[in-house]
Design a protein around this ligand. Sequence first.
Ligand code: ZN
Length: 244
Amino acid sequence: MRLAVVSDIHANREALEAVLESISDAGFDKVVSLGDLVGYGVDFDYCIAAVSERADVSLMGNHDAAAAGTDSPAGSMRQMNPHARKSAEWTIKNLSVEQKNYLSNLEMSHSEDGLLFVHSAPTSPGEWDYISDWTSAAVHLGSFAEHLCFVGHSHIPGIYFEDEGCRHTGEGEVKLPSEQRAIINVGSVGQPRDGDPRACHIILDTVKETVEFIRVSYDIQKAAEKISMAGISEFLARRLFLGI
Ligand code: ZN
């Protein structure tokens, strides 16, 4: 089976369109979205519609929870920096009732065939912990029964193997040894933060036992202009060009 996994689209239509095209070109059996459909960008309309139509599994991220008003006691909105909070407030103001309902009904995690999918981390997904390095991955590696766990949230792609091997893979194919459990951070479609501004997604091939990190160029200028025009935050527009 070839599984396309996307995360952290963040209402970036231009990035999502480019990634959906890339997924079609790569060939896939299923699409899984790990959440954060909204926040930062302005095209929540397109992104919610495209994911609800195309994804076989669609999970909840902290920005989705904030926009839908279903924050956990940890308070996803309160944890946000001022730029993120401003964009969340803008999103809440503009979402329709149907869109809020769609977001509030998203699942927190999904498990199938030895694969676990979650937005932030396998231990208490609603606490929104970040996995972006070996130390943060080690805390969670013992907390799930599945062979592989796929996460997003930090926007930093990488694979964290159980034997303390850590590979920060920004791009390219990696063999997954069948005896090794791992956490795989799939990076971000709409707001990459590993210094590479291109959209990121992965393809897992369960027969070849490989995961491929694929980077896709998209029209950053257009996405950034829309954020500026909406008056959300110049910083959120500028960071797209830098991938930070
Ligand atoms: Zn995110």
